[in-house]
Design a binder for this molecule. Structure first.
Ligand code: CP
Length: 315
């Protein structure tokens, strides 16, 4: 068990290439064991206690980390939006210092400024894991790459079309895929709802260094050919709202439907879920033969287990 300083995962940019790829490979290995019927209960996190602090709604990520921690033998304690003394003025730094004396990891969804999570890392005993901040959803991307690894055997060389808002899921996907070789990630986002400039520039530069391409534009013309994956996300990202009351008009052309999938006949369809059928995706695509969105959701648990093991120095 961990004797070295805690390993935090606030951003994918915190991970070395080997750590990122190690987490993805470990998540895929756990998924394969589960598919073979091997019980995943293990004692690798026995004696640890993981805190689950979600101030925003979650079905998948919260359950993935809770079930994953329990399967690894950890204890759990959970907090909701109203539970911590930060609500009454205790500083984030003090909160992190205190929790680190009792917990070995804190999995947190704030959907807010990642600076709050960074403040909790002002200690070296408790790992802090970002389960979604405003700018990035790093554990979603790790689960997505795990899913791609399971489906295609490797991530290198894949051609991926992301359609929809340049939100925290898209940001994490761009930061993660650009770490691989020969990948083409094409982002098609409504004008005014693209990737944050710093994230896009970082992903583009990283991709170029790896012989990959990350490219964004704001229409659906001239889609790339030979696509392996079409990916979308809900138009109303968790924890956010759109000030423009006319935002739907900008998003409507970006629906993933059978006409769009006709441009990508050999591609699988991925979605981080939750979905709104009839908005970002039609039901025939989400529930159709190309969709791997529900195995993708299951893979969040195997990936969460890999993240927890990595944070605790199991491997
Ligand atoms: N994809 C995702 O993060 O799902 P939840 O919001 O249900 O955790």
């Amino acid at each position: 068990m961990r004797s070295a300083p805690a390993r935090h995962l606030i951003s994918l940019r915190d991970l070395s290439d080997s750590d990122l790829q190690g987490i993805v490979q470990r998540g895929a290995a756990l998924a394969r064991l589960a598919a073979d019927g091997t019980p995943l209960a293990s004692g690798s996190l026995a004696g640890t206690v993981v805190g689950i602090y979600f101030t925003k709604t979650s079905t998948r990520t919260r359950t993935a980390f809770s079930a994953g921690a329990l399967r690894l033998g950890a204890g759990l304690t959970t907090y909701g939006a109203q539970d911590l003394q930060t609500n009454t003025g205790e500083s984030n730094e003090d909160t992190g210092r205190v929790l680190s004396r009792m917990l070995t990891a804190l999995v947190a969804r704030t959907a807010g400024d990642p600076a709050q999570m960074r403040a909790w890392t002002d200690q070296n005993r408790m790992a802090v894991i970002n389960a979604m901040s405003a700018d990035e959803h790093p554990t979603q991307a790790l689960a997505d790459l795990t899913t791609m690894t399971l489906h295609f055997g490797a991530v290198d060389g894949l051609r991926i079309l992301y359609v929809g808002e340049g939100n925290n899921t898209a940001a994490a996907l761009a930061l993660a895929l650009s770490r691989y070789r020969g990948v083409h990630l094409e982002l098609r986002t409504p004008a005014g709802y693209g990737l944050a400039t710093d994230i896009l520039e970082s992903a583009v530069a990283q991709a170029r260094a790896n012989g990959s391409v990350v490219h964004e534009r704001h229409d659906l013309a001239d889609l790339p050919t030979g696509l392996d994956v079409v990916y979308t996300a809900r138009w109303q990202t968790t924890g956010t709202s759109k000030p423009d009351p006319g935002w739907r008009a900008a998003f409507t052309p970006f629906q993933v439907n059978s006409a769009l999938m006709d441009h990508a006949r050999k591609a699988v369809f991925m979605h981080d879920l939750p979905a709104h059928r009839g908005e970002e995706v039609t039901g025939d695509v989400l529930d159709g033969p190309a969709s791997i969105a529900f195995p993708q959701a299951e893979n969040k648990m195997y990936s969460a287990m890999a993240v927890l093991e990595w944070c605790h120095g199991v491997w």
